[in-house]
Write a protein that binds this ligand. Structure first.
Ligand SMILES: Nc1ncnc2c1ncn2[C@@H]1O[C@H](COP(=O)(O)OP(=O)(O)OP(=O)(O)O)[C@@H](O)[C@H]1O
Length: 451
């Protein structure tokens, strides 16, 4: 049995077509206008949508066409008048799966609905297979240590469920990657994964960002704006740095987690959205609960399942593997570490965890000498990249070190990444720490692909 959403404003048509669909074994929900159809789909995504294009309030088929994309990935069958061949073609162009001419013939309805639900079933199977394929690899979380293998195993088991997940671990240990892995290994993989940094905005802005706002609800709210919760519907909402969430927002988030309802800023009526929540923080949430800066009820609501990303120093066996991975990504398969470089990597402690290792390797790769057999990173390159030795000389020549410009760029990148890690990706604090304007920092982040 599949869930059909029937969007049409004529009560007689709703009753008759609804009854035919139920006879065919489908569960049916009915919406009388486009907004109601969108809302029902947000609350629980339909397997198939039957859509009349000329519904209230506009009764304008062109407006109806704009609705089609909102139901993806569910197939949409549009219902048009008999003479509306051009409109039907436009609808298919806009992403509709098929069309039915009104008055609808029950046999035609049966065939079209059967084909569309079959397509939805195949699509679901495909995404499940893709998710299993992804789950078979390292899920983007490289590392052969027992701790990483155990973490991947837990992710595989938890991903298919709807349980909220709380990811805890020191900064730079891959918490965001865990959220991605959970999403991609879940049946929601085709729906959006949306991230919000809870510490980056003051409470009021965070509320409007998460839940949206209505036109005129505050100065500057010139139009209705949907929030991230709505944009995530059916997918995964990743609340990064949840420990930084202002207390006023903690209450509103709790309500959303409890019953799936939220209120856009300025709205009277609550709305519903179905999302899976993954939250992460490097802070000690239990300690924050004990000292009263984080709500206990919210803590327990978020931690359906608790996953921990281990510090890199707790799994020294992963350092070499990760370093080679980052070097290959930065400079190609032929790049290598000299034996001294490998020893240097193994001997060093990594307080900034994988993020620090990655930026040191990338910076060193930008500085290292080339040779006919490929780039060789030595211990001196790494020590400089880690800020442990002063800037080395800059010999000229194609086989020599890279240009001063490349060295400066690499150094700039390392400083910015370190400052971002220290401030929990808070752009305002990072800019202040580096003596830059916020806009200047954002431009640099865009240029470096760090946003
Ligand atoms: N196991 C891993 N395999 C490959 N890359 C990794 C792994 N763990 C972390 N990284 C890389 O390290 C960097 C930091 O990871 P990420 O942003 O997920 O850490 P985090 O724990 O969320 O940090 P923060 O608490 O500061 O937000 C990223 O560039 C990520 O790609």
């Amino acid at each position: 049995m599949s869930g059909v959403l029937l969007a049409d404003d004529e009560p007689a048509f709703q009753r008759l077509t609804g009854a035919w669909l139920r006879d065919l074994g489908h569960s049916v929900r009915v919406a009388g206008d486009g907004e109601a159809a969108r809302r029902l789909h947000r609350e629980a995504p339909a397997d198939l949508v039957l859509l009349d294009l000329a519904m209230p309030p506009h009764h304008d088929p062109e407006k109806g066409l704009e609705l089609i994309a909102d139901f993806a990935p569910a197939p949409v069958v549009v219902m048009t008048g008999h003479a509306d061949h051009a409109l039907a073609l436009k609808a298919v162009d806009a992403g509709a799966w098929d069309f039915l001419a009104k008055p609808v013939d029950p046999d035609m309805l049966r065939i079209v609905v059967q084909r569309a639900t079959e397509r939805a079933r195949l699509q679901r199977e495909l995404s499940e297979l893709r998710a299993q394929g992804g789950a078979a690899e390292d899920m983007g979380l490289a590392g052969t240590s027992p701790a990483m293998a155990a973490l991947r195993d837990l992710i595989r088991r938890v991903a298919p469920t709807r349980l909220p997940v709380l990811v805890l671990g020191p900064s730079g240990t891959g918490k965001e990657l865990v959220a991605r892995a959970l999403h991609h290994a879940s049946p929601r993989a085709e729906r959006p994964l949306v991230t919000i940094h809870c510490g980056a905005l003051p409470a009021e802005l965070l509320e409007s960002e998460l839940f949206g706002h209505l036109k005129g609800s505050f100065t500057g709210a010139v139009a209705d704006r949907p929030g991230l919760v709505e944009a995530t519907a059916g997918g995964t909402l990743f609340l990064d740095e949840v420990g930084e969430m202002p207390p006023a927002m903690q209450v509103k988030l709790l309500r959303f987690l409890n019953d799936g309802t939220y209120q856009p800023v300025g709205a009277r009526e609550p709305r519903v959205a179905e999302v899976r929540v993954v939250a992460a923080t490097h802070r000690d949430l239990r300690a924050m609960v004990a000292e009263g800066s984080f709500r206990e009820d919210l803590y327990y609501r978020l931690k359906g399942v608790e996953l921990r990303t281990p510090a890199l120093d707790e799994r020294p066996g992963d350092v070499a593997l990760l370093a080679h991975l980052f070097l290959r990504r930065a400079s190609g398969a032929a790049a290598r570490f000299t034996p001294e470089a490998s020893r240097w990597l193994a001997a060093r402690r990594w307080p900034g965890n994988v993020r620090e290792l990655r930026s040191v390797v990338e910076c060193a790769a930008a500085l290292a000498s080339g040779s006919p057999t490929g780039l060789a990173v030595d211990a001196a390159d790494l020590a400089f990249a880690a800020g442990e030795t002063p800037l080395p000389g800059v010999p000229a020549g194609p086989a020599g070190r890279q240009s001063l410009e490349a060295e400066v760029a690499a150094l700039e990148r390392v400083r910015i990444e370190e400052a971002l890690a220290r401030t929990g990706h808070n752009h305002t604090h990072t800019a202040r720490e580096l003596g830059l304007s916020r806009v200047g920092l954002l431009k640099k982040l865009d240029r470096m692909g760090l946003r």
